[in-house]
Design a protein around this ligand. Structure first.
Ligand SMILES: *[C@@H]1O[C@H](CO)[C@@H](O)[C@H](O)[C@H]1NC(C)=O
Ligand SMILES: *[C@@H]1O[C@H](CO)[C@@H](O)[C@H](O)[C@H]1NC(C)=O
Length: 365
């Protein structure tokens, strides 16, 4: 990510916040977010609390000035700088078997990994299966979840995928939250050979022999399961080119400038509220952030005390000789990152860290 792009993106946010909208800058900002158009999800996918916690932890650490390794996700214990919660693009299967045997539900799970770029290394892929509130099962029969590799290419409604190698078989007496399955090896294989990604074959079976009394309950349980089942694949990737230790300490609010200095170059507080921009429709967290901006004069006499570059100092010196040389301007000299959780146009939830989004210090340059 060229730093200039992020500075431009921040500039775009500022122009928006200050009431000026430029479409070409909006495009630039989307490019920076690696989006082809402004997301407009119809509804938010359920977001596991771990993702929200990661955003909150990062924000708290930045505010406290703790050095952050933006390429390590300590909450998950893996290296990575981008987290995606991929939506399941599969479909339910209905076979004659469902009314016989012990079958409760069959579904093809499919996760499209095409958004992962070549530069990214997969470090984690975890399937989450949420079977709904556990009160559903208190009186129901014990269930068994079976996960297999899908064997044949499938087209919804036209061909029927078949279960291949079984990867997991887990009994679920009382589901407590989501069930998790490690799919790293498989996802790496899919990522390298997309044609191998035929999805996963999920079956939910009933463990007990059932008498006629249980039968009624079972239909009920299975119908509810079908409605509440939610599958997603949490994928963490690492792009080593984007990794460096961010030890930049975020500054607390600066004391109010005295009246005489108010016009001099300094950092101004600016909170960007995503709701004001209409972006709360696709950004899940945070609700906004303290972006700040730099503004003020850079007179020659003060160039040395305003965190100026040597270059700005020379420029000021030249200007004293030749008034055609422009005055040094008030610009950010220190920036820090923020983390953002948002939903893209494919219903995938993305957690990313964006460098240089918060102005910490200003100077003349
Ligand atoms: C995966 O997603 C990409 C980009 O959205 C799309 O072009 C492609 O057709 C999808 N592949 C499948 C198999 O759905
Ligand atoms: C210049 O940097 C110092 C410390 O690095 C900081 O305390 C001060 O606020 C900065 N000045 C401005 C104008 O931002």
């Amino acid at each position: 990510m060229p730093p200039s792009l992020s500075v431009l993106a921040l500039g775009f946010l500022l122009t928006l916040a200050l009431g000026q909208t430029f479409h070409f800058q909006e495009n630039l900002f989307l490019q920076f977010l690696v989006l082809d158009k402004m997301p407009s999800p119809e509804k938010f996918q359920p977001v596991p609390s771990i993702l929200k916690k990661i955003v909150q932890d990062r924000e708290a650490e930045a505010a406290a000035g703790v050095a952050q390794d933006l390429c390590y996700v300590k909450e998950l214990g893996v290296r990575g700088n981008m987290l995606r919660l991929l939506a399941d693009r599969g479909f339910f299967l209905y076979s004659k078997k469902l009314s016989q045997d012990n079958f409760c539900l069959q579904k093809l799970l499919y996760f499209n990994l095409s958004a992962i770029s070549r530069e990214e290394q997969l470090t984690m892929a975890r399937l989450g299966l949420d079977l709904g509130p556990n009160s559903y099962y208190n009186l129901g029969p014990d269930l068994e979840v079976s996960l297999s590799v899908a064997r044949e290419p499938h087209v919804s409604g036209r061909s029927f995928p078949k279960p291949g190698r079984r990867m997991a078989l887990q009994s679920v007496p009382r589901p407590q939250g989501a069930l998790h399955f490690n799919l790293l090896d498989m996802a790496q294989d899919w990522n390298n050979n997309p044609q191998k990604n035929l999805g996963l074959f999920l079956e939910i079976l009933v463990r007990e022999d059932r008498g006629s009394g249980v039968h009624f309950q079972l239909e009920d349980t299975c119908a509810r399961l079908r409605r509440s089942l939610h599958a997603s694949l949490l994928v963490v990737t690492l792009n080593p080119a984007q990794c460096h230790l961010s030890s930049r300490k975020r500054r607390a609010a600066s004391p109010a400038a005295s009246p005489a200095c108010r016009s001099l170059c300094h950092r101004h507080q600016l909170f960007i509220n995503f709701r004001d921009l209409g972006w709360h429709k696709w950004i899940i967290a945070p609700r906004g952030f303290m972006a700040n901006y730099c503004h003020g004069e850079c007179p020659f006499s003060l160039t040395t005390s305003l965190n100026s570059s040597s270059y700005a100092f020379m420029q000021a010196l030249m200007r004293a000789v030749d008034p055609q040389v422009p005055q040094a301007v008030c610009i950010p000299t220190k920036l820090s990152p923020i983390s953002m959780l948002y939903q893209d146009n494919n219903d995938n939830v993305i957690l990313r860290h964006y460098e240089d989004m918060v102005v910490d210090e200003c100077g003349c340059g």
